[in-house]
Design a binder for this molecule. Structure first.
Ligand code: FMN
Length: 355
């Protein structure tokens, strides 16, 4: 397979249609879902020339975690719906690629097992852990300890989900529960009334009351870097700097939360300006090509995340499929970087992107 679109087509053939829709879909009219990809198509690249070099170096360091390329695995839930090996396959592929996997709290494999699988492949894998903080702070703290003990190197708190977006494809398919045998393994012990592992239980664990005090609380409970994921407003980026978070992820949750919000690439310049280099800026949503990565880095991102492309690789071919997707994106980015006259991700500058 040569493109992410081809991986998606294969995944679609292999998956139960309701599960394909769960992975592919967005909120309501899916305007933002489409816009995330369309926005890249409107941007034009302006290469620099005569800056040749035989060797390019794609590696970056993000808050002390080295990554072989500025393309990370964004946190996505329920990998065992895509392939029986689920998160174990994804973790092995990410470790083999030498890139960071942000493990979803809503994984269908326990964080300890995911970390062990990654460690089979790389002695010191770059695993970060995504958190939905919830009202039961004791439970949150317990999961923070579990993830720390498993060896994760940062926490990524998702802040775009005070409630879950309405995904009409799931309503239409009546997809609200994981099939028997699958569970949200990190949430097994959440409490008497929420001990199961279904999608509707995940709905219960997002926290409407989430505010900056909770971020301060988490920072007081861990020495690991705390990033926040899911902001789109420059003022929130300024507040993130003010509140001392370690990094931010510009994200609209892949168009799955509030429909009609802008494409992430379109708000990136104002957010990068607001942050002014004070902390690393990551971005996800709609990255399908190396040129998309180049545009995001040029406009101020330090790295990007890919969500659905990894799921399509997993569904199409398990660990090998995820490896192929990651290596395809790496090669595509490397080529686009070279054609733009860059040797390193940091060489890309905003003047190389035109509207
Ligand atoms: C099927 C699916 C499940 C997701 N689950 C989570 C999750 O558990 N936690 C989270 O913070 N983001 C989640 N996201 C959002 C992704 O982290 C990311 O923001 C988004 O997928 C990026 O867009 P892309 O799919 O176009 O690359 C999910 C996205 C998808 C498609």
């Amino acid at each position: 397979m040569r493109t992410i679109a081809e991986f998606e087509a294969t995944a679609r053939e292999r998956l139960d249609p309701a599960h394909y829709d769960y992975f592919a879909g967005g909120a309501q009219d899916e305007i933002t879902l489409r816009e995330n990809e369309e926005a890249y198509k409107r941007l034009r690249l302006v290469p620099r020339v005569l800056r040749g070099s035989d060797k390019r170096d794609l590696s970056v360091d993000l808050l002390g975690t080295p990554s072989s390329m500025p393309i990370l695995v964004a946190p996505t839930a329920f990998h065992r719906l895509a392939h029986p090996d689920g998160e174990l396959a994804t973790a092995r592929a990410a470790a083999r690629a030498g890139t960071i996997m942000i493990v979803s709290m809503a994984s269908t494999t326990a964080i300890e097992d995911i970390a062990a699988a990654a460690r089979e492949v790389a002695p010191d894998p770059g695993l970060w852990f995504q958190l939905y903080l919830q009202p039961d702070l004791e439970f949150t703290e317990a999961i923070v300890r579990r993830a720390e003990n498993a060896g994760v190197k940062a926490f990524v708190v998702t802040v775009d989900s005070p409630v879950l977006g309405r995904r009409e494809r799931d309503d239409r398919n009546a997809f609200h529960d994981l099939p028997p045998g699958l569970a949200v393994e990190n949430l097994r012990n959440i409490g008497e009334n929420r001990s199961g592992g279904t999608a509707s239980h995940v709905r219960d664990i997002v926290m409407s009351a989430l505010n900056w005090d909770h971020i301060a609380w988490l920072r007081s409970k861990t020495r690991l870097p705390v990033l926040i994921k899911g902001l789109l407003h420059a003022e929130d980026a300024r507040l993130a700097v003010h509140h001392g978070v370690a990094g931010i992820v510009v994200s609209n949750h892949g168009g799955r939360q509030l429909d009609t919000v802008p494409a992430t690439i379109d708000v990136l310049p104002e957010i990068a300006a607001a942050v002014g280099g004070a902390l690393p800026v990551l971005l996800d949503g709609g990255i399908r090509r190396g040129t998309d990565v180049v545009k995001a880095l040029a406009l101020g991102a330090d790295a990007v995340g890919v969500g659905r492309p990894v799921v399509w690789g997993l569904a199409a071919g398990g660990r090998e499929g995820v490896s192929e997707v990651l290596e395809m994106l790496r090669a595509d980015f490397d080529q686009a970087l070279a054609l733009c006259g860059g040797r390193h991700p940091a060489d890309l500058t905003p003047d190389q992107v035109r509207r």
